[in-house]
Design a protein around this ligand. Sequence first.
Ligand SMILES: Nc1ncnc2c1ncn2[C@@H]1O[C@H](COP(=O)(O)OP(=O)(O)O)[C@@H](O)[C@H]1O
Ligand SMILES: [Mg+2]
Length: 379
Amino acid sequence: MGCRGVTATTRSVKGSIEVLGRPDGRPSQGDAVVHALPDPILVIDAADRIRYVNTAAEQFFALGRDALNQLSIQVLTAPDSPVVDLIGRVRLTGLSISDHDLELTSPRDETRRVDVHVGLLHEARGDVLVCLRKRTFADIISRQLTSRDSVRSVTAMAAVLAHEVRNPLAGIRGAAQLLERENQGDDRSLARLIRDEVDRICSLVENMEVFADERPIQIEPVNIHEVLNHVRRLVEAGSSETPLQFDERYDPSLPPVLGNRDQLVQALLNLINNSVEAFGSGGGEIILTTAYRHGMRATVPGSKSWLKLPLEVAIRDNGPGIPDEVRANLFDAFVTGKRGGTGLGLALVAKIVKDHGGVIEFESRPRRTEFRVRLPVAG
Ligand SMILES: Nc1ncnc2c1ncn2[C@@H]1O[C@H](COP(=O)(O)OP(=O)(O)O)[C@@H](O)[C@H]1O
Ligand SMILES: [Mg+2]
């Protein structure tokens, strides 16, 4: 169990359990808000029994609220779990305590890493509020890239492995291509299957190499419009069967962005390819927008300082929208809504944007999905 960075605050969370619903039994607005939160929330009483869970907690533990209600937190997370320990410390000290990167094992023996916040909800009754935050792949990656030598050696090993796997793959691909050419019928389609699957492994390996690359990126002033035009040409060449309409709304006075051209090409290509793949064979419209937004600032997790990120690149499509089931962890690796998808595209986009000191956000509903990347400018 990694127990690092314990922070305690003197602020205890007091007040009535308004979220438990109104006296007439109907859900209150507070209840609706708590159920809409993406992070699991539980209320534990003085006897360590669960008294309340929100929808995210039901999903997290894969148990309905009826099953969770009255269940002991010790049974749910094991008596020696770090969460039980935290609850005890909060009761003892009267302080709210947060702990990061804890390992939590569910009754189904699934182990996940979470950040945990525990606060007193009702001092007299001994009720405590437990908020869990799932650690995203981006968190894990950034930890891998910034700390712990042992992990660093694992990523280095991944890079070596990726490199070593390439040569035999190229051989297999070549052989499959030969077989494809020389055979007919079923044999030919089997050979094509081998080639397609090898291509899939190759792209996985390429992505792995980028993830494992810890070196600081080489940056220079880059003309983002030139990058967008290049990406547009690549996409059009690669999807000639899908009717695509591009609408470019560029701000011609935009200053260069400080970045790495190849990586920016990769990130924007992944975003636009996702739009194209979401359209299906019917095609659709993609609006590319660039803008200079004065006063646009953002904070990045782990840092208190504000970043000036005035340059905005937006990619909007009129496709079906992002499926609900992938939204919460959209930028995590291996999260995909497609058959045969790798789920690495957006994880890579997130890494590239982060390496550029930028931020990415999205909005999506049917017929309007937009990804906005904000970047620092050169100079
Ligand atoms: N523009 C978009 N419209 C609809 N869904 C999208 C869009 N972009 C991403 N998605 C959803 O997000 C998932 C993850 O995307 P990504 O990380 O690129 O992995 P992959 O494309 O391999 O599935 C996709 O499978 C898709 O369900
Ligand atoms: Mg993708």
